[in-house]
Design a protein around this ligand. Structure first.
Ligand SMILES: Nc1nc2c(c(=O)[nH]1)N[C@H]1C(S)=C(S)[C@@H](COP(=O)(O)O)O[C@H]1N2
Ligand SMILES: [Mo]
Length: 441
């Protein structure tokens, strides 16, 4: 039997469509419409009730305009870009948050992202003195202090060490920090978008420490950036010997300038500010440095007036990404509610979702791989009857830590903090399907 004989009736029909070049003859069209009406029942059952297709020249069974002409050729876009119809999927900033864009933050559009990898161009950006333009030929990484063989590495030399890749989230501890005293952001992008998850490639810091030979009593490492802010953080040796990574690539390509090109530190699961970008210097010492970025900033003011220092780990957190303020519900019916969960301590073990503000809970299922210290996607079916709802998610990690309610968190932390707000998020669904950011007491 030849290949063409194997072709099914359906293929013939498709072929007819392609060859007809224009509208179908009336008879064919009726036959097609009958078929699609037959399908309507199935569509309803899957929750797409009432999806009225506006008919146009490009609506099936017509052959759309773009099938009747040739497309653009290879290399019309040597570095691929998203479709222009996706132009709304972009990083955004909140102007009142910062005085100017040199020391500012832009947010990841979490509501638009699929899967668990954040495309490089959508990774939130945070910097204290703008993005330096660094020629990798002129950039070096110096490792010195309490070591036997201090070195100054070129980027080529760095890349000759054995490298590894890992998918890990990166979160600024200020994520959600504008809402300790009440809800005020009107998009998921702004309530939780200081968060991304990439595949990072680089050399384990432990590999480089072996190369330089750490002296006895050396327990801390200062990481310093080459940007105008000289962003510097003290990293305990334990983390350096565990999974700290000296990263030169992200999602399969060189780091983006915004993310620290040509080299940065990634401390998986730890507050983003410790993951020093444009890394130029690692100093090995016997005590922490108590630098500006770990005293005046990135400490947590507690209710008793003391401040917590070195609060590195990003605790277990989660958020519903659909529905969300920028993705409202069109009408009552069946939906697949989705969200993201993550924990700086390891894997996500369990996620529950509530539709009544935390009175009752239903177990969600994972819809992505469950990778330690990475974003984990979850989802569950929901039949919305059109009545008001309060949607929440609550994650548990593999240490058994349960994501707290906002009130539980405030009972311990008060409301003077900026950082490390991992309380349960509430979205309020109104009968007209709009979604708003609320806090419930
Ligand atoms: N050199 C340097 N490193 C830096 C910063 C900076 O301003 N300068 N910002 C830090 C902060 S506060 C965060 S949250 C992360 C953000 O990383 P990203 O911009 O790749 O998302 O980088 C960290 N590393
Ligand atoms: Mo940050």
């Amino acid at each position: 039997m030849s290949k063409s004989d194997k072709r099914s009736k359906k293929d013939d029909f498709t072929l007819a469509l392609l060859q007809s070049g224009d509208k179908l003859p009336l008879q064919e069209r009726r036959r097609f419409l009958k078929k699609s009406l037959g399908m309507a029942g199935a569509i309803t059952a899957s929750g797409l009730a009432g999806n009225a297709v506006a008919s146009s020249e490009n609506t099936p069974p017509n052959v759309p305009a773009w099938s009747r002409r040739l497309g653009s050729g290879v290399l019309s876009n040597p570095y691929g870009q998203p479709s222009r119809y996706e132009a709304d999927v972009q990083r955004r900033t909140v102007d009142w948050l910062t005085a100017d864009r040199i020391a500012s933050i832009s947010f990841t559009p979490l509501g638009d992202i699929k899967g668990i990898i954040t495309p490089s161009g959508l990774v939130f950006e945070r910097y204290h003195a703008g993005v330096p333009e660094i020629d990798p030929q002129q950039h070096h990484l110096m490792i010195h202090g309490m070591v036997k063989r201090p070195i100054i590495l070129t980027m080529d030399e760095l890349m000759r060490f054995p490298s590894i890749s890992m998918v890990r989230f990166l979160e600024c501890p200020a994520n959600g920090g504008m809402e300790w005293r009440g809800a005020q952001m009107d998009r998921l992008q702004f309530t939780h978008g200081m968060l991304s998850c990439c595949e990072w490639t680089g050399v384990l810091l432990s590999t480089l420490l072996e190369e330089v030979g750490v002296e006895k009593g050396a327990n801390w490492i200062l990481a310093e950036g080459a940007d105008g802010a000289h962003m510097s953080r003290s990293i305990p040796m334990e983390k350096a010997l565990d999974d700290a990574l000296i990263v030169f690539a992200q999602n399969g390509e060189a780091l983006r300038p915004e993310q620290g090109y040509p080299v940065r530190l990634i401390n998986p699961g730890w507050e983003g500010n410790t993951s020093i970008k444009w890394l130029r210097r690692l100093e090995i010492g016997d005590k922490p440095w108590h630098h500006r970025e770990e005293t005046s900033k990135y400490t947590d003011l507690m209710p008793d007036g003391t401040a917590r220092e070195f609060t590195y780990v990003q605790e277990c957190n989660s958020v519903v990404t659909f529905p969300c303020p920028e993705k409202p519900l069109a009408q009552p019916g069946k939906y697949f509610v989705e969200g993201l969960a993550w924990s700086g301590r390891g894997r996500i073990r369990h996620v529950d979702v509530s539709f009544d503000g935390g009175v009752t809970w239903r177990e969600a299922r994972f819809t992505s791989e469950v990778v330690p210290r990475a974003l984990t996607r979850f989802g569950l079916e929901w039949d919305w009857d059109g009545s008001p709802a309060l949607i929440q998610s609550r994650a548990v990690d593999d240490t058994g830590y349960v994501q707290p309610t906002l009130n539980q968190l405030k009972a311990v932390r008060g409301t003077n903090s900026i950082y490390h707000k991992n309380g349960i998020q509430t979205w309020k669904i109104s009968p007209n399907g709009t979604v708003s950011n609320v806090q419930i007491s």
